[in-house]
Ligand binder design. Structure first.
Ligand code: C5P
Length: 236
């Protein structure tokens, strides 16, 4: 496990999701939060709109980028994409663990020490019906654990998990896997479309290392104040 991702300062636990259609909106927010937030998540929407340029622009502010591209392809293609992310300077990158051992090992082989690979198990939008439709016979929890163990065996350093899976994964996984959890809502924020969320403090108590939070900050009247409130809760 890469020691540079072990959280030493509780302030570093917060990752802000830049879910914006326009790269300029994302960059304005990064500049606004530059003194408070160390890492920003760029997902499919913003990466498709802004490409590697927006990644470089965020890194140029001194922040780290979590590239949430959820890679899933043949091993060679995924390995080349991992190499491209290393060259771009991304700090974290997601891939689907259901891509299998060959894909995961190819990704790990192309990874560099500064890039943390994060495995996605079962998306929270999937349920048992989705698993059956795609030929998976186990229940959701069983599939999450199976994929998490596969990722750990292949050398994937981190996992994305919903706040409600974190405790089970911490108990069942040997070794120190970094766990990042979205679906977090401070008590004072709107739930939006998140249904099974926890507060930042509960997520950390359950064993999460990092929290991904978007709209409670990005849609707040004063995003900086919202981020500082969340950090204060984490430091408490
Ligand atoms: O705005 P909000 O805090 O809900 O944003 C959460 C971020 O985490 C979004 O970028 C969303 O795509 C992502 N995410 C999530 N739930 C998951 C996986 C990812 O909300 N299960």
């Amino acid at each position: 496990m890469n020691p540079s991702y072990v959280v030493n300062d509780p302030r570093d636990r917060l990752i802000v999701a830049l879910d914006f259609p326009e790269p300029s909106q994302a960059l304005d927010l990064v500049c606004d939060l530059a003194r408070d937030v160390a890492t920003f998540k760029i997902g499919l929407q913003l990466f498709t709109a802004g490409g590697p340029e927006i990644v470089r622009a965020v890194i140029a502010t001194g922040a780290k980028v979590f590239l949430d591209l959820k890679l899933h392809d043949i091993p060679t293609t995924v390995a080349k994409a991992v190499r491209a992310a290393v060259e771009l300077g991304a700090g974290m990158l997601t891939l689907h663990l259901c891509g299998g051992r060959g894909m995961l090992e190819a990704a790990v082989a192309e990874c560099a020490p500064d890039l943390l690979l994060l495995g996605v198990t079962v998306l929270t939008s999937s349920d048992e019906t989705t698993l059956r439709e795609t030929g998976v016979e186990s229940d959701v929890a069983g599939q999450i654990l199976r994929l998490a163990q596969l990722g750990a065996e292949a050398g994937i350093g981190g996992l994305i998990a919903s706040p409600h899976e974190v405790r089970m994964l911490r108990e069942r996984l040997a070794g120190k896997t970094i766990i990042i959890t979205p679906g977090v809502r401070p008590s004072w924020a709107a739930a939006n479309d998140q249904k099974r969320f926890t507060t930042p403090r509960e997520a950390v108590q359950n064993g999460a290392d990092y929290l991904v939070i978007g709209r409670p900050i990005t849609a707040a009247p004063d995003p900086r104040e919202a981020a500082q409130r969340i950090i204060a809760e984490l430091e408490d």
